[in-house]
Design a protein around this ligand. Structure first.
Ligand code: CP3
Length: 346
């Protein structure tokens, strides 16, 4: 096999703002969710257990790659897997999301959150190693949850609309907040290192729920912790993607945190996002996942528009503005991946 840097990948090249033969595409949440073969492979196995079974991780990660002409695969895991691995009592409830038995609300609870050791997640390294063989030239994206989003689950005890307790700690107990986020960045770093050292060729940090934080508070209370992750991953020379939802006002800061690629949701057109990030960043996004439920003519027109807007960026990775919705027709995703390639061939 060729050394990593020599193997062709339009995805890695676009992330690095190099010329590409066509715009690369992958879909957030492409593994799982809408695929019937995913439901069949999972059977009755709870999601968090599935994330610890190497053969199953490999199979589910490969499923979308077999169906769609995607230019990258995303590791099948979840942002809460490393938390469970360090002993946090949590579960993912179907249709709800992560639920924490004893939410973290005081110093004693923060101090109980221990660092992640590679030995806590042997299945992750094993699955990534098998995947890099199976995927050939298609890069595997490793991922982790960003400290704010992980903290919001841990503090609220589950999914939340307004992240009230989370923000109350951020505003009212800044030292405790910083200690918690620092521990969560270390956990994310350790989980990302396991994936990259086993062969993942890019990473994405999901800060899904940070969109409700103002730019000034993001800079003061969130950015230093996310930045710690991007800085720690710099030595591996893998593209680093930073994504959040409702983060239009934060795109510049999310780039500043150290990302090579800034993920954009569907609210901000890419040709506008270009002006919100500093020079030297690629963009990823940003078709509204709900558009995939509309007739094909609509999908096609909107995808072309995004490709045109993406051409104003130094590098563009086509993606959805958030994850694939569970009731999306896989046939539409297959057609969309082909359309992106056909329309963007240089
Ligand atoms: O293709 C992929 O992206 C698969 C790998 C993946 C999963 N979760 C598997 C999963 C990834 C990248 C994630 C990230 C994740 N998990 C995020 C960040 C991305 C985002 O969408 O914003 C967040 C916030 C979570 C937490 C989480 N886990 C939620 C909100 C849910 C949905 C709960 C539900 O049932 O609606 C999960 C469960 C989950 N994680 C599923 C999958 C495929 C669906 C549940 C299932 O299949 O049983």
């Amino acid at each position: 096999m060729l050394p990593t840097a020599r193997r062709d990948s339009s995805f890695l090249d676009a992330c690095r703002r190099r010329p590409v033969p066509h715009t690369p595409v992958w879909f957030m949440r492409q593994a799982g969710r809408s695929l019937p073969e995913y439901r069949e492979a999972r059977g009755g196995i709870p999601i968090l257990e599935a994330c610890t079974i190497p053969d199953l991780i490999v199979e589910i990660t490969m499923q979308p790659v077999r169906r769609y002409a995607v230019d990258a695969a995303i590791f099948f895991s979840d942002i809460v897997v490393p938390l469970k691995a360090v002993g946090v009592d949590l579960d993912i409830k179907p249709g709800v999301g992560p639920v924490i038995a004893d939410p973290i609300r005081d110093a004693a609870a923060v101090d109980r959150l221990r660092p992640l050791e590679p030995g806590d997640v042997p299945y992750a390294a094993e699955a990534v190693r098998s995947l890099t063989g199976e995927l050939g030239d298609i890069p595997l994206i490793g991922f982790a949850g960003a400290p704010f989003t992980l903290a919001s689950y841990l503090i609220e005890g589950g999914p939340s609309k307004n992240h009230e307790r989370t923000k109350a700690m951020m505003y009212g107990e800044p030292e405790l907040w910083a200690r918690l986020l620092d521990r969560l960045s270390d956990i994310a770093i350790a989980y990302l290192k396991v994936q990259v050292e086993a062969g993942a060729r890019a990473i994405q940090v999901f800060d899904s729920w940070v969109g409700g934080v103002s730019p000034a508070d993001y800079r003061a209370s969130v950015l230093p912790h996310s930045k710690k992750i991007f800085t720690a991953m710099e030595e591996y020379d893998v593209p680093r993607i930073h994504f959040g939802v409702g983060t239009g006002e934060l795109l510049g800061l999310m780039g500043e945190a150290g990302a090579d690629v800034v993920g954009v949701d569907w609210r901000v057109p890419l040709d506008d996002a270009v002006h919100r990030v500093e020079a030297g960043k690629a963009l990823q996004g940003n078709l509204d996942p709900a558009i995939l439920l509309a007739p094909w003519e609509v999908v096609e027109a909107r995808a072309r528009e995004i490709l045109a807007q993406g051409r104003t960026a130094e590098g563009h990775v086509f993606n959805l503005g958030h994850g694939v919705l569970p009731n999306t027709d896989p046939g539409v995703l297959a057609r969309l991946a082909d359309l992106v390639h056909a329309e963007s061939t240089r």
